[in-house]
Write a protein that binds this ligand. Structure first.
Ligand SMILES: Cc1cc2nc3c(=O)[nH]c(=O)nc-3n(C[C@H](O)[C@H](O)[C@H](O)COP(=O)(O)OP(=O)(O)OC[C@H]3O[C@@H](n4cnc5c(N)ncnc54)[C@H](O)[C@@H]3O)c2cc1C
Length: 273
């Protein structure tokens, strides 16, 4: 839609060119959300694409995903053979309530900053121990684990004007086995629950819960727990975390999450599919 309040569109080639940040400024990535509803308090868009950040950079330490990396780019990424977690990229992209048109515009960073409980890039990056690199308006970059970046429905740790530069996924997490489960009330609907389990080379298991909770919840185990151990860990999730919206009631989401968590435990423990 036309944003009738926009007076200025900046296209910097370096972030330093952006001076005088006001509450009316907004970073523009793919624009799939920004242009989907009125932005009455925004008068200036700062387009990130002129910054020219490489979308995906792999090295021995892992994979750096630029905030401006498009969903289509990460969906089609093929990593080294021992990065067993890479198929999870596509699985999470397929969890968007969105067509290929959105995939070709929407960015990984935009999805994290939107901070919706069902944000599939949040699920992916949190599950793989991702660390956000955040650029403040002034001062040194700061690192924030993805699991702590989203703080609630549509809220996160960014301060006004701060820029999410990238997310780094460590190689050890990329070598982990993964199991993912996803539920939406309608065929192409927004996720009511999106869970990812990982089992690393030391056999530690991590269960990341999104969609059904207002922010990512992570349960860590030194090995694959038994069903009772998993149930006990799940019981520690505060009642207030279960997220109710048009995509499912809180009790429904909790139920589906418990079902999927057990399914993932069985799969990663070698008992299931
Ligand atoms: C049809 C449709 C379906 C959708 N389905 C889903 C869905 O299933 N799940 C879901 O989570 N979302 C969904 N969305 C919402 C949105 O499209 C996605 O979250 C998308 O990933 C946002 O990315 P973007 O690059 O388009 O962000 P933009 O629209 O450009 O920006 C979104 C917000 O993030 C800020 N921002 C963007 N990049 C940065 C950065 N690097 N640093 C700081 N701030 C930044 C912007 O200022 C803005 O406030 C959908 C949208 C549409 C139109």
């Amino acid at each position: 839609m036309d944003l009738h309040t926009i007076r200025t569109v900046l296209r910097p080639s370096a972030v330093e060119q952006v001076a005088g940040w006001t509450p009316g400024h907004a970073w523009l990535a793919g624009g799939t959300w920004l242009f989907s509803e009125p932005q009455v308090s925004t008068d200036t868009l700062v387009d990130l694409h002129g910054l020219g950040w490489p979308a995906l950079e792999a090295d021995a330490t892992g994979l750096t995903i630029a905030a401006t990396c498009r969903i289509a780019e990460i969906a089609h990424y093929a990593g080294p053979a021992d990065w067993r977690a890479v198929p999870l990229f596509r699985q999470c992209c397929d969890s968007f309530l969105a067509s290929f048109k959105i995939w070709n515009a929407a960015t990984v960073g935009g999805n994290l900053v939107m901070s919706l409980p069902a944000g599939p890039m949040t699920a992916l990056a949190a599950a793989l121990d991702g660390v956000c690199v955040v650029w403040p308006r002034v001062g040194a970059p700061r690192m924030v684990p993805v699991v702590d970046f989203v703080t609630g429905d549509h809220t996160n740790v960014l301060q006004p004007g701060e820029l999410l530069r990238s997310v780094h996924l460590p190689a050890a997490a990329l070598r982990a086995r993964t199991a993912m489960r996803h539920m939406a009330l309608t065929k192409l609907g927004r996720s009511a629950a999106l869970l990812v389990g990982t089992r690393n080379e030391q056999d530690a298991m991590v269960l990341t819960i999104t969609g059904s909770t207002d922010r990512p919840v992570q349960l860590r185990f030194p090995g694959v727990p038994d069903a009772d151990g998993l149930r006990q860990a799940m019981a520690t999730i505060p009642e207030a975390r279960w997220f109710q919206d048009v995509h499912g009631s809180a009790p429904y989401k909790r139920h589906v999450t418990q079902y999927f968590a057990e399914d993932i435990r069985a799969e990663l423990g070698g008992l299931g599919a």
